[in-house]
Each structure stands twice: as structure tokens, then as C-alpha cells.
Design a protein around this ligand. Structure first.
Ligand SMILES: Nc1ncnc2c1ncn2[C@@H]1O[C@H](COP(=O)(O)OP(=O)(O)OP(=O)(O)O)[C@@H](O)[C@H]1O
Length: 256
């Protein structure tokens, strides 16, 4: 198994008096694309914030490889609409090298946008500029939190194809949150299903073949919608540990 870029062990966090995550142990190795799925409010963004170090855990720990550089594309960016902010100025926060900024924009398929205002960009252009910003840091790990949110289906597919291309070109690992199961199945090496804790995890092929996964996500295109329902056969209250955990098939077979 290749060396982990990040690894969490028994990670948990309480916010505003509620336990949002508990016992989360995940790892991302060099070059991998790992996708976190789960219903709204299941703690995906919270886990991402713990991984990038924006939030401190209340239990467990996050280990990062020494010198690890993370490029982060947030779910949204609060832009002050009264302040002009050009793409060039926004990218200058990540790099002072003008030629590098021009190259980064070309790299993400958004050449020549330097003079445009951030607030005037289309959804697809905006996400590409955010990606260029993350890439300017030359990350070992790219972290995307629902980065294709608001894009139409072709736009979403194109965006994630770009992420795969960048992974191949730059050799970086990718940890992303996505609600789009088609993307998850097509682009991920590994899927982690979260609902306050890790419900199931594994290679997409293995996970999608598991009855436990089908119970959670449904079949075919219906699966995308099933993700939002994500009905469980167990409660998630603290102290309720006597519940059934869906697992990847190889794990289920071991016990059969
Ligand atoms: N700072 C905070 N204080 C209190 N509660 C918080 C805080 N941040 C997040 N939460 C709560 O933690 C839970 C998980 O939130 P999180 O944003 O991680 O979910 P998510 O899986 O990313 O959801 P979505 O799919 O809707 O983006 C939610 O119930 C949210 O209200």
C-alpha cells in the first residue's frame, strides 16, 4: 500500500453542542481519487475542514505527510459584490508569477479570463478559476467540496474529466465531496459513504455491487436520487452502537 498523504484515526468533532462526526478513520494515498458521499448534513464539509486543518478535532487525529501541500476548492466563496475583483487579482493571492497564472488558466481550460471580474463569470468559468487558484500552489492533494455544484450535467462531466486529467498530469491525489453518483462511479478510485460516521467504503465497483450499497443508493439512475433519501436501518444518536453497518462485499464475504 502506498504512503498515505493524509490519514485520520478515530476522528470526531462536536460543534455547537452536537456531535457531528465520530470515529472517522480514512486515508488518502498519493495519486488516488477518493470521493466522499452522503446526505445533506452528514458531515462531509466538516470532514473536509478537519482534513485541511481549518477545524480542530475533539477526538482522534489527522496525520498529514510532512510538507504536504493542499489545494482547496471550497463549496462556495463569499465575494464582496461592492468590491471589484478581477480574475488576475484573485489568482495573485495564490501566485505572484504572472506567467504561472496565465499557464494555470490555460491548464484548466479557461484561457484569457484574467481581466474579467469574478462576479461576472459563468458557473463553469468560476469553478475553473477556483481550480486554477488551487493548482497554483502545486498541491500534492487537491480537495474539492462539491466543486461542480450549480453546473449543468455536461458542465459537471467536463469539470470532473478535467480533474482526472489534472490528477494524471500532476500526479496529485484528489479528495472530493460529490452528490453526483455518476461522477463518483466514473471518476473515483474509492468511495467513502458518510453519515456522521463511515457507513461503508471501498472501490466503486465493489461498493456498487454490494447489497448494502444498493439498499442505500438504489439502482441505476435512480441511485442518484436515492442518495438524497439515504435511508438507514439504524439510528445515529450517540450511544446507539447496536446497529448494522453496510460494508463492502469483500468484507461481507469474509464473514459469510
Ligand atoms: N460551526 C458549526 N456549529 C454548529 N453546527 C455546525 C457547524 N458547522 C456545521 N454544523 C452542523 O454539522 C452538520 C454537518 O454539516 P456539514 O456542512 O459538514 O454537512 P454536509 O454533509 O457537508 O452537508 P451538505 O450536503 O448539505 O453540504 C450539520 O447539521 C450542520 O448544521
Amino acid at each position: 500500500m502506498s504512503a498515505a498523504l493524509i490519514e485520520t484515526e478515530g476522528l470526531g468533532v462536536s460543534l455547537g453542542g452536537s456531535r457531528i462526526l465520530r470515529d472517522v478513520s480514512i486515508r488518502v494515498a498519493r495519486g488516488e481519487i477518493v470521493t466522499i458521499v452522503g446526505p445533506n448534513g452528514s458531515g462531509k464539509t466538516t470532514l473536509v475542514r478537519l482534513v485541511i486543518g481549518a477545524l480542530r478535532p475533539t477526538e482522534g487525529a489527522v496525520r498529514r505527510a510532512p510538507g504536504l501541500v493542499i489545494g482547496y476548492v471550497p463549496q462556495r466563496l463569499a465575494i464582496d459584490h461592492t468590491m471589484p475583483l478581477s480574475v488576475a487579482r484573485f489568482l495573485a493571492f495564490a501566485s505572484r508569477d504572472r506567467a504561472a497564472r496565465t499557464r494555470a488558466l490555460a491548464h484548466v481550460g479557461a484561457p484569457g479570463l484574467e481581466r474579467r471580474q469574478m462576479i461576472d463569470l459563468s458557473g463553469g468559468q468560476f469553478q475553473r478559476v477556483m481550480l486554477a487558484h488551487a493548482l497554483l500552489r502545486r498541491p500534492d492533494l487537491l480537495v474539492l467540496d462539491e466543486a461542480a455544484q450549480g453546473l449543468d450535467q455536461p458542465g459537471t462531466a467536463a469539470f470532473y474529466r478535467l480533474v482526472e486529467t489534472l490528477r494524471a498530469e500532476l500526479g496529485c491525489a484528489v479528495l472530493m465531496v460529490s452528490h453526483d453518483l455518476h461522477v463518483v462511479m466514473a471518476a473515483s478510485d474509492r468511495v467513502i459513504c458518510l453519515n456522521g460516521h463511515v457507513c461503508c467504503e471501498g472501490a466503486p465497483m465493489h461498493v456498487s455491487a454490494a447489497p448494502e450499497y444498493r439498499a442505500l443508493f438504489g439502482h441505476g439512475t435512480g441511485g442518484t436520487m436515492a442518495l438524497y433519501r439515504h435511508e438507514h436501518d439504524h439510528a445515529h444518536g450517540d450511544g446507539d452502537h447496536a446497529h448494522h453497518h453496510p460494508r463492502a462485499p469483500e468484507e461481507a464475504e469474509e464473514e459469510a
